[in-house]
Design a protein around this ligand. Structure first.
Ligand code: F6R
Length: 242
């Protein structure tokens, strides 16, 4: 695991965007794993800027979302499918049919999760997976206690995560209790993992997953086993590292 500490969210976004640009320029049909939440927004802003100003093109690129809420109506403003369109794919030239997300509205969630796994494989696997980390060490919505070998499936959100995500909704009662998420095993299949984290609120999680034992108690610690994991954080998120 490579840990890079940078002074600002802008520089973090720039460095992560550099990795994505290098991939996309080398492989026109690259497959990118897309995270939501606040952490990746500077990356998406920078990629949109490069698309507008430098002609960076994503025409052959596919995107696979990490996760999705269960129970939000299709098209809900905070559904991750909508967030990813709004924050990234609609701002660049990714073909809409190449943007995929787990189906949290399916009648048969288990079958939809298997189809999602199959779609990732059919696309050739994820070349670069963008990740954030939860204050409790989750990646995707693999909450503490998740199997380190898990695949895409339905999960119950930890109360901490519902509280953390309440800022995106009018109040906490609107935050769904369930999600579908790529599993830790699914995430580990990506060829390059790029995790970004900023702010003192992430310092405990960063310390635990970078320096603690690999354990389901801290799902992000599985990154220690990945042959190519890049962790890009600011000073505040790094403040509890030894
Ligand atoms: C989002 C996701 C989550 C977030 C994490 C951090 O798709 O999978 O793991 O990355 O909850 O969220 P932020 O970046 O909002 O602090």
């Amino acid at each position: 695991m490579e840990v890079i500490i940078l002074p600002s969210t802008k520089e973090i976004g720039t460095l992560a965007a550099d990795a994505i640009e290098a991939l996309v320029r080398n492989k026109s049909n690259a497959v990118i794993g897309l995270a939501t939440g606040s952490s990746p927004l500077p990356i998406y802003d920078e990629l949109a800027r490069r698309h507008d100003e430098d002609g960076l093109s994503f025409t052959g690129v596919s995107g696979f979302a990490l996760d999705e809420y269960v129970g939000l109506p299709v098209g809900h403003y905070e559904s991750y499918r909508e967030v990813i369109r709004r924050e990234f794919t609609n701002r660049v030239d990714v073909a809409p049919e190449n943007v995929h997300g787990p189906d949290g509205a399916s009648e048969d969630i288990a079958a939809a999760c298997q189809q999602y796994e199959d779609a990732i494989v059919a696309a050739g696997g994820i070349d670069l997976q963008i990740l954030g980390v939860g204050t409790n060490g989750h990646i995707g919505f693999n909450e503490p206690g998740s199997s380190l070998a898990s695949r895409t499936r339905i999960k119950t959100l930890a109360e901490q995560t519902r509280q953390d995500n309440a800022r995106f909704f009018d109040n906490i009662d609107q935050v769904p209790h369930h999600v579908v998420t790529q599993g830790l095993g699914t995430i580990m299949d990506a060829r390059h993992l790029v995790l970004v984290a900023t702010g003192a609120g992430k310092a405990d999680a960063v310390r635990d997953f970078v320096e603690g034992p690999v354990s389901a108690a801290c799902p992000a610690s599985i990154l220690q086993f990945h042959p190519r994991a890049t962790v890009i954080i600011d000073e505040a998120a790094a403040s509890k590292l030894a």
